[in-house]
Design a protein. Structure first.
Length: 363
């Protein structure tokens, strides 16, 4: 076992951290004094300091932070700066180990040089490691290669597969039994990528449920960001009379998914649904997705809570269902603190095995 566990959070992830702490107390009833305090002091010239309200000397500290959309309306640059200050404060206070947990890594889309641009993800991770983070954890980085930005000699990294939570939710709410999986899902469902880059995620979903995939190839209009000019669908069989699930790691402006839904709808499927890990929902995503829901083109939008969805978003998107990640996060933290393996949490999801276990059947 590592040092005594302590959870702290920047302002944007305070409620999430509270929920994880509550879940941890259920996992380990003997756990107490889990939650530490951070405060932010702002100077008149706009500079800031972060101060710890709890002794962290020798403790196994998990810092929850994020710079995406938040209930406080704090801008992304300020959120990132607060995170850097928090890590510095923890290191100066001699925390035994610092693990940074960002449910959604907001800079993850800036992961490659194209011309003369900076690379936001590299800068973010480099800063965190240089400040003294020992372990970086996040859900579903935008690119599989992104975790290689961190040198494992200096900092451990875990890119956690949040899509397994979406898959388990589908088993619980849309499938229910092995018989329905065999007779309905495996015959009629298809999982569709939003582009060639998302094909690997669509393949994971298809492998989990034993279905086929559809790959969307999009031609971008590079004169404007997040703009798609045309879409070509690649499928081994007709899409007509199928249940389509569009899957992606994130939805930002919905600039890809919006024309894709319309293209799919022209093929006359039974229904179209969307599953995404990170509901970033930058403008005009809500307007685009709301239109798809209002017109009946999309039946369900499934997302996790890695980026909080406000009441206004939920009101505008009545077809939105949010899958919590808190229980999974608590289990990860509990196992790491107890120095137990994460293997079962990182393993590929198997719908049949999950449903058999749910019904008490043996394999």
């Amino acid at each position: 076992m590592r040092g005594k566990l302590l959870l702290v959070a920047t302002r944007t992830l305070s409620a999430y951290c509270d929920a994880v702490a509550a879940a941890l107390r259920n996992l380990a009833p003997e756990a107490a004094d889990l939650r530490g305090a951070l405060s932010v002091a702002a100077f008149a010239d706009g500079e800031m300091e972060v101060e710890l309200g709890t002794s962290v000397r020798g403790r196994d500290v998990f810092l929850f932070a994020g710079s995406a959309r938040n209930a406080l309306g704090l801008p992304s640059p300020e959120c990132k700066l607060e995170t850097y200050h928090a890590v510095d404060a923890l290191r100066r206070a001699q925390a035994g180990r610092i693990s940074l947990f960002e449910p959604y890594c907001a800079p993850s889309r800036s992961d490659r040089p194209t011309r003369r641009n900076s690379v936001g993800l590299w800068m973010h991770l480099k800063t965190l490691v240089e400040l003294g983070v020992d372990h970086y954890l996040t859900f579903q980085l935008h690119s599989e290669k992104s975790s290689t930005f961190i040198d494992p000699v200096h900092c451990a990294v875990d890119d956690l597969p949040a899509h397994v939570l979406l898959e388990a939710h589908l088993c619980e709410t849309a499938i229910g039994t092995v018989e329905r999986l065999r007779t309905e899902v495996q015959r009629r469902w298809v999982f569709c990528s939003v582009d060639a880059g998302g094909e690997s995620l669509a393949k994971r979903f298809a492998a989990s449920f034993g279905t086929r995939i559809v790959v969307a190839h999009k031609q971008r209009d590079y004169s404007a960001p997040d703009t798609v000019e045309s879409i070509t669908l690649l499928s081994s069989a007709p899409i007509e009379d199928t249940v389509v699930w569009i899957v992606d790691d994130m939805i930002s402006t919905a600039g890809s998914v919006y024309p894709l839904v319309r293209e799919l709808a022209a093929r006359r499927p039974v229904e179209i649904n969307i599953a995404t890990v990170h509901p970033v929902f930058s403008p005009p995503a809500i307007e685009r997705l709301g239109e798809l829901c209002d017109r009946g083109l999309v039946r369900t939008i499934l997302a996790t809570d890695t980026v909080p969805c406000t009441e206004e978003i939920r009101r505008r998107l009545p077809c939105l269902s949010v899958v919590p990640t808190v229980g999974y996060t608590a289990e990860v933290v509990h196992r790491l603190n107890a120095e137990q393996p994460l293997s079962s949490l990182l393993a590929p999801f198997e719908a049949r095995r999950y449903l058999e276990g749910r019904s008490g059947l043996s394999r």
